[in-house]
Design a protein around this ligand. Structure first.
Ligand SMILES: Nc1nc2c(ncn2[C@@H]2O[C@H](COP(=O)(O)OP(=O)(O)OP(=O)(O)O)[C@@H](O)[C@H]2O)c(=O)[nH]1
Length: 603
């Protein structure tokens, strides 16, 4: 049956098109938050989200709304992030909805993520309500943007709702449209319980809190439930809804969105995408879950103080509950001690994780240079995955190295096409197409190795298009490439933290940059220290850190030349011995600088 008074929807948009501001207006217009208690972007709860002005985590909120038809409705809004790295969060939230409000900035037009997010919604058969935001701006051109929506995304934009999230204009009309156009959820209250976990967070007092959407049956406090993926049973200690703060309720029925707590301690017990059912009367089948996202960018996280390793582990475990796309495994580096190899969906994802670890969990850490995941075909025919340069086998055992590729779409004014194409070529991209999406605005598509993209593509694109380009990408699998592992040797010994993988053509250039930087940063020792870059056994770059020379002759007043020579000979001997046993300690700045070199040496 239909639950006619409920509407579950998300707002999807390109970054900065006004999704969070519009959510604020909806909360205000429905009286969910009183105006005087309103702070901007209420749903962006993480401190970093507010500072950076981007949404990372999806937050659900329940609004009560009395519509023009006199009916009382419950509107569940599930906020979603806009950045590409977080598109898995978007599809997760969308799976809990029947419809989505597609916000487009009427002054900017359709951008890369407008398209990407609309496709995610279309895949899930959601009803889309197009909204043209920022119509208060003099530069708004809603008619043109409607045409873009129709031509590029292929939806009927004739009745798109014009809105200003800033002034509140058009918001009442939008609420009516939500009630009218978004389908009411259907479900069966008497059927066995099925509730989808679409997100989870960790709370120090309550353990894991699961965000759920009930599909069939009823969830109530005190009930014994089973998580279908693990077949573990728990007693629900709390059931509630978001207003937007958590408010306990007696029960959640079909179509409702809320949260449950059950003294769950780890993420493995309550996985996002799993189905919650009743222990006494379990459902026959779980709901369709989510595709597990696989991390593609890896880097090492090491605590600055070595004894903080356990603190880092705990923090990572908790962060993983909130962000299940993060993976980590212990690793050991000769230079940095014990740490973790962590996997992420992209560079921004990695930076956010690092920042959250330090802010929310107080762990200070060093992150090694990021690299992508590689597939290595060995001479014996087997395929191995490498998450770090040290996973690479010896050169002779490698038949082929494959790296992940992405399909990039860049939206920009046509005057920047030349510059963008040049950048893509330089980044080993291969041209795949270009089309006009509006007069003077084009979409350019390229296939590109992810490794080149994560290096500094975004920043460089921004500067060569003066910030007017927007981009989106999807993964298109692994392709073979002529890649090599470059080792960096200090006193002939490879230092694992400095090894990196790159295209054979760039090995010398990048090796030179790294060796040069290390030469600058490693303090001079009492003996000469060679710094080298090598591919396999072949040294491609060598520089020496000169020895500091103690003036052994200072105390030798007068005397003949043989005496002086003897002293110098002795010094030379000593240095030779020291070189054999001497240990070069690498200052932390060298590691930090290394990360910069690999990131930006091409600028
Ligand atoms: N003039 C005008 N500015 C608006 C309007 N709506 C939003 N803005 C501004 O546009 C900027 C981006 O708005 P946000 O609501 O943060 O955008 P967002 O889509 O939520 O961004 P993400 O959270 O990163 O996805 C902010 O500076 C807003 O003040 C509007 O209707 N008119």
């Amino acid at each position: 049956m239909k639950y006619d008074n409920i509407r579950n929807f998300s707002i999807i948009a390109h970054v900065d098109h006004g999704k969070s501001t519009l959510s604020d207006r909806l909360l205000e217009a429905t009286g969910t938050i009183e105006k005087r208690n309103m702070k901007a972007q209420l749903l962006d709860r993480l401190e970093i989200e507010r500072e950076r002005g981007i949404t990372i985590k999806s937050v659900p909120v329940r609004m009560d709304y009395k519509a023009a038809d006199g009916g009382n409705y419950v509107l569940n809004l599930i906020d979603t992030p806009g950045h590409v790295d977080f598109s898995y969060e978007v599809s997760r939230s969308l799976a809990a909805c029947e419809g989505a409000v597609l916000v487009v900035d009427a002054a900017q037009g359709v951008e890369a993520q407008t398209v990407a997010n609309s496709y995610l919604a279309a895949d899930l058969d959601l009803e889309l309500i197009p909204v043209l935001n920022k119509i208060d701006l003099p530069s708004a051109h809603p008619e043109q943007v409607k045409r873009e929506l129709e031509e590029i995304i292929g939806i009927d934009a004739g009745d798109a709702v014009p809105v200003s999230a800033k002034t509140g204009e058009g918001v009442p009309e939008l609420l009516e449209r939500i009630v009218r156009d978004i389908p009411a959820p259907s479900g069966d209250a008497s059927a066995p319980l099925q509730a989808l976990i679409f997100d989870s967070v960790y709370d120090n007092y309550r353990g894991v809190i699961c965000y759920v959407r009930v599909v069939n049956g009823t969830l109530s406090a005190g009930q014994n439930v089973r998580f279908m993926a693990t077949a573990q049973d728990y007693e629900l200690t709390e059931v509630g809804v978001f207003k937007p703060e958590m408010i306990q309720v007696g029960a959640l029925g079909p179509g409702e969105v809320g949260y449950i707590c059950a003294s769950i301690k780890t993420i493995d017990e309550a996985r996002v995408g799993d189905t919650v059912t009743e222990s006494a009367r379990p459902a026959a089948e779980p709901l369709a879950g989510y595709k597990k996202v696989k991390p593609v960018v890896f880097c090492g996280f090491y605590p600055i103080e070595r004894e903080d390793i356990n603190q880092l582990r705990e923090a990572l475990e908790k962060l993983q509950i909130n962000d299940s796309a993060i993976s980590f495994e212990p690793e050991n580096s000769a230079a940095l001690g014990f740490g973790f190899r962590c996997g992420f969906l992209g560079l921004l994802h990695m930076e956010i994780a690092k920042e959250r670890l330090s802010r929310e969990f107080g762990v200070d850490l060093v992150a090694t240079a990021p690299n992508v995941v590689y597939q290595i075909l060995l001479t014996d025919g087997s395929v191995k995955e490498a998450h770090r340069p040290s996973d690479f086998p010896e050169q002779v055992r490698i038949e082929e190295i494959r790296e992940p590729y992405i399909k990039l779409s860049i939206f920009m004014p046509d005057q920047f096409v030349g510059a963008a194409m040049q950048l893509c070529q330089e980044k080993r991209g291969s041209y795949s197409g270009m089309d006009y999406i509006a007069p003077e605005r084009v979409r350019l598509t390229y296939d590109m190795p992810l490794a080149e993209f994560i290096l500094d593509f975004h920043d460089r694109l921004k500067s060569c298009t003066r910030g007017y380009a927007s981009l989106d990408y999807e993964h298109v699998g692994f392709r073979a490439a002529n890649l090599v592992k470059v080792d960096v040797l200090l006193q002939e010994e490879p230092v694992d933290a400095f090894s990196f993988i790159c295209h054979a053509d760039q090995a010398y250039h990048r090796g030179h940059a790294v060796v040069g930087k290390l030469k600058e940063l490693i303090p001079r020792q009492l003996f000469e220290v060679p710094v080298q870059a090598a591919v396999g056994k072949k040294v491609i770059v060598r520089m020496n850190i000169k020895a500091v020379r103690k003036d052994v002759l200072a105390k030798c007043y007068g005397g003949d030349v043989t005496r002086k020579r003897k002293l110098l000979e002795k010094q030379k001997e000593g240095k030779k011995r020291m070189k054999q046993v001497g240990h070069v300690s690498i200052p932390q700045e060298a590691f930090l600088a290394f990360m910069d070199v690999t990131k930006s040496e091409e600028n």
